[in-house]
Design a protein. Structure first.
Length: 340
């Protein structure tokens, strides 16, 4: 009975989380957007808070609440200031403050310091929600009022920090959090061009993240050493390798399509320096993706069981088949786009 209640409560908060995001992005006033962001925060906190005492998860939920509350207070304060001083020329100043506040909410550089620490204290389901769904509302609201100088600065800083920050990490969650910061730079570039490109990039990133985190969750792996201290089936290694390479944008895998399209648009807009930064930092990302694969393929010395394959055979079969079907189908779409 407790399990049923727990699942029902989680499903209720996930449904409310989805509704709050839709409410925030469909609002026609800044106050309604702010209310949607606040509801989004309040509905995500119960998902983060553990039923059993786990200090990392409790600390992560508290940090997330403090950061999001601080950015919401700043946003509300300057909204009220702008409404009270409507006759003054505060448009540029207001846009700048709102840009910085929304960047803090989504965890983009230079306001990224909270993001890896919080990701490191969550389970895989919450990591997936935080790195994908929780970015939708701030990004779409950011697109309403972004300034070119700020978005270019954010793209460059997020690309550099997201690539360099993940080099010396041993936690898989921290590696994927820095990878998420790097992908924010690509999403910002797609937002600068058009919504359709952003939707394509974000949807593919969300699918790849979901497949990766489902596999890591089933394997109960949180650190790199667990990947080479555990005897993993070769088929699971192959699925993880495909998903990691696709996340890095290796052709002709799924993750290559949005990056290739975005590079095409950026070159047409003559943004050569930004294109160079994005491409070079993605190569650094590939280095620590390959580091994860190296741990699985080359350093299989010991056999310490972090999970039970007999119990998880059906789940692994479903996730792996789903991953293969999605990657193969969308690889075919990528090849067709390249031929066209």
């Amino acid at each position: 009975m407790n399990i049923i209640n727990l699942n029902n409560s989680k499903m209720m908060f996930i449904l409310l989380l989805i509704m709050s995001t839709l409410f925030a992005i469909s609002s026609n006033s800044w106050i309604s957007c702010w209310m949607g962001l606040e509801m989004n925060l309040l509905f995500f906190i119960p998902l983060m808070a553990p039923k059993i005492k786990k200090y990392l998860m409790s600390e992560a939920s508290l940090k997330y609440f403090l950061v999001q509350s601080l950015s919401s207070i700043n946003l509300m304060f300057f909204l009220i200031l702008f409404m009270m001083n409507n006759k003054l020329n505060l448009n540029m100043f207001m846009s700048m403050i709102m840009n910085l506040t929304l960047l803090m909410k989504m965890g983009a550089a230079p306001f990224h310091f909270w993001f890896p620490n919080i990701m490191n204290g969550l389970n895989w389901m919450n990591c997936f929600i935080l790195s994908t769904w929780q970015k939708i509302a701030p990004m779409i609201i950011f697109s309403y009022c972004f300034l070119n100088k700020i978005i270019i600065m954010t793209m460059i800083l997020s690309a550099l920090i997201g690539s360099i920050g993940g080099l010396n990490q041993t936690s898989i969650r921290k590696i994927l959090s820095y990878s998420s910061i790097n992908h924010i730079s690509w999403m910002m570039a797609s937002l600068m061009i058009n919504y359709k490109l952003w939707i394509m990039y974000f949807s593919i990133y969300m699918v790849l993240n979901m497949l990766l985190m489902m596999l890591f969750n089933l394997m109960n792996s949180y650190f790199i050493k667990q990947l080479f201290l555990t005897k993993i089936n070769w088929f699971i290694k192959f699925i993880l390798m495909i998903n990691l390479l696709s996340l890095g944008g290796i052709p002709p895998l799924l993750g290559f399509l949005p990056k290739w399209t975005l590079i095409f648009y950026l070159i047409n807009m003559k943004l050569y320096f930004i294109t160079f930064i994005l491409m070079m930092t993605t190569l650094i990302n590939l280095y620590y993706y390959i580091q994860l694969m190296y741990s699985m393929f080359m350093l299989n010395f010991m056999n310490i069981k972090f999970y039970n394959f007999k119990f998880l055979n059906i789940k692994f079969f479903i996730v792996s088949k789903l991953s293969i079907i999605i990657n193969i189908l969308l690889m075919m779409v990528t090849i067709l786009f390249m031929l066209i």
